[in-house]
Design a binder for this molecule. Structure first.
Ligand SMILES: Cc1cc2nc3c(=O)[nH]c(=O)nc-3n(C[C@H](O)[C@H](O)[C@H](O)COP(=O)(O)OP(=O)(O)OC[C@H]3O[C@@H](n4cnc5c(N)ncnc54)[C@H](O)[C@@H]3O)c2cc1C
Length: 445
């Protein structure tokens, strides 16, 4: 993975014990068991970890980093990418675990909360939240990237429903950010990932939905060509009530193709819409049924692979039969593909109805999002690069912020349009004058 350069360790060792004395939470130092566990998945360990117990702990950490020339990174679940080095102070947000569901239809959630908790607590009131494919992901981390979930074509992105953020910006100030308070940050935090501050809490609207007709149809890899071609032509005519994706993956060692489908509304109508897919081959597993909304993790049925991964992504403008042939030839069941998952999500619907540039999430006009995930050490990155190159004729080379792990300027130019990128860079320079935040590395050039 290419990243922007790391910051050098300051010449004078920062007085970490002074910081520890100011915290309600704990400061973890190298050598301790807790430090080792927390940082095990990171390519390089940080200088120290602040386990934040309050927003004030985050303020203390950001100010300390600014005073002592350190970089500051954030980790909630560890499912995403956290750029770290020996000069990084890592803020762990798991302790910011407030989750309050208001029956009137909104929630307030701390930076350490995962989606499944919100789904369960909202579900108890007949309400729903726009979680992503894996409810184990962090609400805040995912929302900052945009948040594209299994019902996105009906309801849009998680970030489109945000009412307010509380964020510690790189200048060490805790701010409440809404459409009218710091509207520039409100724009930039929705899609700008971790570039503009450490979010301590988020408030967002919930939906009055308690059930979905949803799940996955899994087919044998031998049927991949039939199913993929049918999915491509079938998805072209889907109404906004339907959100779908298709994935080439391995399940219990076997190569399968999984069609994911979520339908909001009458189940019989949803079944009629899905029928052409159900009938195109005999599914190994048919999990599409009426289910509580809070079970939405059963639609994609994905979890993070163990160990470091390679991730590649591309937005496709169209999906003519030739793209399916390329996909099958490079990553299909008969190809020697190292990828664990190659997934196509249909975009459009409510995703595209939110005005472009109304937030920092770019490229709402994309037709399909392709993501390939493989083990980092198995040639998967090179293979994915080959797949993306083969699909280049049907793409303008763009990607989505929510799936991009890389922070270098070239990668940012793919996931943001030029005006958005300039505006994000301006905000980062304004709110983080000492360039403390690791999440803004690529924006500073
Ligand atoms: C199995 C899997 C499925 C996924 N499915 C989807 C999906 O369906 N839709 C989708 O949109 N995305 C999806 N993603 C991408 C995911 O949303 C991002 O990786 C996201 O960054 C994860 O956030 P986290 O807090 O869980 O991870 P972490 O590793 O804890 O954090 C990752 C990064 O998020 C930022 N961040 C986290 N918390 C904060 C904070 N409080 N303040 C500022 N920055 C913060 C930081 O830059 C941090 O380095 C998926 C990822 C995985 C591994």
């Amino acid at each position: 993975m290419t990243t922007a350069p790391e910051r050098a360790l300051p010449a004078t060792r920062p007085p970490l014990l002074d910081l520890a004395a100011r915290l309600r939470g704990r400061l973890l130092l190298p050598g301790g068991d807790r430090f080792t566990t927390r940082t095990a998945a990171l390519p390089l360990p940080p200088l120290a970890v602040v386990e934040a117990a309050t927003a004030e702990d985050v303020v203390a950490a950001v100010r300390f980093a600014g005073r002592h020339g350190l970089e500051l990174a954030v980790q909630a679940t560890g499912l995403g990418a956290t750029p770290c080095s020996e000069s990084t102070l890592l803020v762990a947000t798991a302790g910011l675990d407030e989750c309050t569901v208001h029956e009137e239809g909104w929630a307030r959630v701390g930076a350490g909360v995962r989606w499944q908790r919100v789904l369960d607590e909202a579900g108890a009131h007949g309400l729903a939240a726009l979680a992503g494919s894996s409810p184990a992901a962090g609400v805040v981390g995912q929302t900052l990237g945009g948040g594209l979930g299994p019902v996105a074509r009906t309801y849009g992105l998680a970030s489109d429903r945000v009412r307010a953020f509380e964020v510690v910006t790189g200048d060490g100030v805790l701010r409440r950010v809404t459409p009218t308070e710091h509207p520039d940050l409100f724009w930039g935090l929705r899609g700008g990932r971790g570039a503009l501050g450490v979010v301590t809490a988020v408030e967002f609207d919930l939906l009055a939905v308690d059930e979905l007709y949803a799940g996955a149809l899994e087919f044998d890899g031998a049927d991949a060509a039939t199913v993929l071609h049918r999915w491509a032509s079938w998805s072209a005519g889907l109404p906004r009530q339907a959100t779908t994706s298709i994935a080439l993956l391995r399940s219990a060692g076997e190569r399968v193709v999984a069609v994911r489908f979520a339908w909001v509304g009458d189940a019989d109508a949803g079944a009629a819409v899905l029928a052409p897919l159900r009938e195109c081959a005999v599914p190994l597993h048919d999990g599409v049924r009426v289910r509580p909304y809070a079970d939405m993790g059963q639609i994609h049925r994905v979890s993070a692979p163990p160990g470091p991964v390679s991730e590649a992504q591309l937005l496709l403008d169209a999906l003519p039969p030739a793209t399916i042939e390329v996909l099958l030839a490079v990553a299909g069941p008969a190809a020697a593909s190292p990828q664990l998952l190659v997934e196509l999500r249909q975009l459009g619907g409510a995703i595209a109805r939110f005005p472009e540039r109304a937030s920092a999430f770019s490229h709402r006009d994309g037709a399909f999002s392709l993501v390939a995930v493989g083990p980092a050490d198995d040639g998967a990155a090179e293979h994915a690069a080959g797949l993306l190159a083969a699909l280049a004729p049907w793409s303008s080379g763009r990607g989505l912020a929510t799936f991009g792990r890389e922070e270098h300027p070239g990668a940012l130019a793919r996931v943001y349009d030029p005006a958005t990128l300039r505006r994000l860079a301006g905000l980062a320079a304004h709110y983080d004058p000492h360039r403390i935040l690791a999440g803004a590395r690529g924006l500073h050039g």
